[in-house]
Design a protein around this ligand. Structure first.
Ligand code: B12
Length: 357
């Protein structure tokens, strides 16, 4: 039998070696954080994300996901290296559309799940006997923020994001459940104090209270997850944001460049995730004129696909309405006259806003 502490250190070393920036161990059991899910769902904060209400037992108790699970290896990866997507100045004229920092390059699920699989393969070699594992980046029935917080990767802030004291919150998280008995880490105390920058900055008032996001009002939800019309009262709050939103993280003092450090990237993972040139503050006119084939080509291997073609155009029409740029009128009018009822309604709204301007 291997000494559990030694094995823990070797597992952590391997997680860093395969490319993660942060690793910690949580016991595979329910925690006060996982217990938050049920009340959150009961308030209706999940909106149309019905999948979150499935497999609730498993999300709350990891042992229901993997029989015999004893530990969670919680993983973190910095996706914003400090050169921010929103910083690219709008050299060419015309209105721009902002997309969240995590979306302009290759899809993080694909990039990071490979690394998770490498870690899972290595666990068996380190342990010297068969090891049961279930590894996830985002798509499994695991509350990854809860696991990360319990494993000491950082604390859950008032914006509900996991914040690391040195690396900030522009992190992707992952988790490997295993039947190995590893030594748990100590949770990080919370350091938000009396700060309410994120709560006050949200343009759609999406925080029901500190730490609790009403996803149905969150721009990340309305631009990526929601398939139908965006409620009119939320459209002005979208501003320039056409896919995801970083406002509650941009205003967070733990994300200032001076405060954040960026780890080395020997596997070139950050380069794969970095925004492609066409998605660094794309021109709104370009997005509004994309045909479906051009959209497919421009979003290959990208998380932008999740909103679908119609979703991106719907979002771009809202941004057009907020832009005050009347040179977009002909493009917007084209969508108002085309056959798609959802896009036509958003286009008419945008035309009214532009006429008002
Ligand atoms: C559904 C989902 C969303 C939804 C809902 C988000 C939410 N806050 O619930 C939407 C589409 C809005 C969303 C947006 C974003 N997401 Co998201 N999302 C998820 C997903 C798939 C499930 C989250 C979930 O179960 N939510 C339900 C709530 C109850 O759980 P939670 O988000 O973990 O929130 C915790 C806190 O709210 C806290 N809590 C709840 N109530 C209370 C009350 C008190 C008093 C206290 C103290 C705490 C507390 O406990 C919860 C459980 O740990 C996870 C992946 C995963 N499997 O975990 C990614 C994930 C959470 N998302 C992530 C990211 C990157 C984002 C965005 C930054 C993307 C973007 N730029 O647009 C935004 C951030 C918006 C925000 N402020 O949360 C990362 C988190 C990174 C981080 N540092 O925290 C994850 C882990 C994906 C990943 N694998 O990297 N997301």
């Amino acid at each position: 039998m291997s000494d559990p502490e030694t094995l823990t250190e070797r597992v952590k070393g391997l997680a860093l070696a395969v490319g993660f920036d942060l690793v910690g161990i949580a016991p595979a059991e329910p925690s006060p954080q996982t217990q938050r899910l049920r009340p959150w769902l009961a308030h209706g904060y999940a909106g149309e994300m019905h999948y979150l209400a499935r497999r609730v037992e498993e999300r709350v108790d990891p042992r229901k996901v993997l029989d015999g699970a004893r530990s969670i290896v919680a993983l973190g990866f910095v996706y914003d290296p400090g050169e921010m997507a929103g910083d690219a100045s709008a050299e060419a004229g015309g209105a721009r559309m902002r997309i969240a920092r995590y979306v302009g390059g290759d899809d993080y699920h694909d990039v990071l799940i490979e690394r998770v699989r490498a870690l899972e393969d290595g666990l068996e070699l380190l342990a010297g006997h068969p090891v049961a594992t279930r590894g996830y980046v985002d798509t499994g029935p695991v509350l990854e923020r809860a696991a990360a917080a319990r494993a000491g990767l950082g604390w859950i802030g008032k914006n509900s994001c996991l914040i690391h004291p040195a690396l900030g919150s522009y992190l992707f998280l992952g988790a490997v459940l295993t039947d190995l008995a590893l030594e748990p880490d100590v949770p990080e105390p919370e350091h938000c104090g009396s700060c309410r920058a994120c709560l006050d900055a949200c343009p759609t008032d999406a925080f029901a209270e500190p730490y609790v996001l009403d996803a149905t009002r969150c721009i990340s939800y309305t631009t990526i997850e929601a398939r139908g019309a965006v409620p009119e009262e939320l459209r002005a709050g979208h501003g320039e944001r056409g896919f995801g939103c970083d406002i509650c993280q941009e205003v967070c003092p733990w994300n200032t460049r001076q405060r954040r450090s960026v780890p080395a990237d020997p596997h070139g993972l950050r380069a794969r995730l970095a925004p492609r040139p066409e998605w660094r503050q794309p021109s709104l006119a370009w997005v509004l004129s994309l045909g479906e084939d051009a959209w497919r080509a421009a979003t290959r291997r990208s998380p932008l696909r999740r909103a679908k073609y119609r979703g991106l155009l719907r979002n771009a029409l809202i941004v057009a309405g907020n832009s005050g740029d009347r040179s977009l009128l002909p493009l917007v009018q084209r969508h108002a006259d085309a056959g798609d009822a959802l896009l036509a309604e958003h286009a008419r709204w945008a035309l009214e806003q532009l006429a008002g301007d």
